[in-house]
Write a protein that binds this ligand. Structure first.
Ligand SMILES: Nc1nc2c(ncn2[C@@H]2O[C@H](COP(=O)(O)OP(=O)(O)O)[C@@H](O)[C@H]2O)c(=O)[nH]1
Ligand SMILES: [Mg+2]
Length: 305
């Protein structure tokens, strides 16, 4: 046995909930995944990938940071997005800080102004992450910062950090800023906790991500995933899920020729679930039609959306 002193874990002295806000596609979920080092939040190039709020726990020195990954902030277009936006605004009331993620590749316009009004209305410190600098030139980044400061006006923010959620550039500096601006507080989660979400929700999310990566056009928006049955069978997760679509014609697209597409979705989802939940999974997928589910409050509530 070695005599080397075992360093005691650093005690948590500061902690807090940080709302990760921004427009759809800014890279919020990618950033949260990078920071916690796990694929806790699903990601895709399609706007509105994030429908469920994910809480992910990270540690930086004596600070415990709980990221609240939110759906993108935008004008609602149906009952579902309206419910999502309500949940986003409500979340702002329960956090210690807002991390405003901005897509540095987009010229900030009215959508970003809408988000600015929301984040500065939260009444907590705001930290700005100017994302996607891996795809941007330094002069372009400087120009973006100028445009943003114009948009922000005399509203105060705690820090602005250019970064990339894909390469990790600037993420360390960003974490430093977040930790510095957190209030004193206890650890809300254990050190081994990474994600605060039920297995059922996580499985639904992974199936949804697999679905998104195999479907195009209007289908990603028209589809949703629910877990109908979930139990443990001799150390194996048994999950039965439904992929919901809005029209009969969409069933065929999800199923694919000879069942090809749904089989590929199943394989992708199973790999992800095995890996992230740390147990082999037996996954059964089916496709069902529910007309106008995006407008059906009762159904949305039952589906957890
Ligand atoms: N080049 C580049 N792409 C990024 C970066 N961060 C996110 N993306 C991409 O942007 C898209 C949206 O990311 P996502 O995390 O789902 O955005 P969210 O809607 O804000 O959660 C995905 O295709 C990501 O791969 C980044 O730093 N650089
Ligand atoms: Mg997201």
């Amino acid at each position: 046995m070695s005599d080397a002193p075992v360093s005691a874990p650093i005690e948590v002295k500061r902690s807090g909930f940080v709302a990760v806000a921004g427009r759809p596609n800014a890279g919020k979920s990618t950033l949260v995944n990078w920071i916690v080092g796990h694929h806790v939040a699903i990601v895709s190039p399609i706007a509105q990938t994030t429908r469920r709020i994910v809480r992910a726990v990270a540690r930086r020195g004596d600070a415990q940071i709980i990221f609240v990954d939110l759906p993108g902030s935008q004008k609602p277009m149906d009952r579902m997005t309206e419910r999502m936006q309500r949940a986003v605004v409500k979340s702002f009331g329960d956090v210690d800080m807002v991390l405003w993620v901005i897509d540095g590749l987009d010229e900030p316009g009215r959508g970003e102004q809408h988000v600015a009004d929301l984040v500065f209305g939260a009444g907590v410190p705001v930290i700005i992450a100017l994302n996607k600098v891996d795809k941007s030139q330094p002069t372009k980044i400087a120009e973006r910062i100028m445009q943003l400061s114009e948009l922000i006006g005399d509203r105060e923010y705690a820090a602005l950090v250019p970064m990339s959620a894909v390469t990790g550039d600037g993420v360390d500096a960003l974490l430093g800023e977040i930790a510095t601006h957190l209030p004193e507080g206890p650890a809300w989660f254990g050190d081994e906790d990474v994600v605060d979400m039920r297995d059922e929700e996580r499985i639904a999310e992974y199936v949804r991500e697999a679905t998104l990566s195999h479907l195009r056009e209007e289908l990603p928006h028209a589809s949703a995933v629910t877990v109908d049955d979930l139990f443990d069978q001799d150390g194996r997760i048994h999950a039965e899920c439904t992929i919901w679509v809005e029209r009969q014609s969409q069933v065929g697209i999800v199923v694919g020729k000879g069942g090809d597409t749904i089989r590929d979705i199943g394989i992708a989802a199973r790999t992800m679930i095995d890996h992230q939940l740390g147990a082999p999974v037996h996954l059964e997928l089916r496709v069902k039609v529910r007309k106008r589910w995006r407008e059906d409050d009762t159904w949305l509530a039952r589906a957890g959306l």
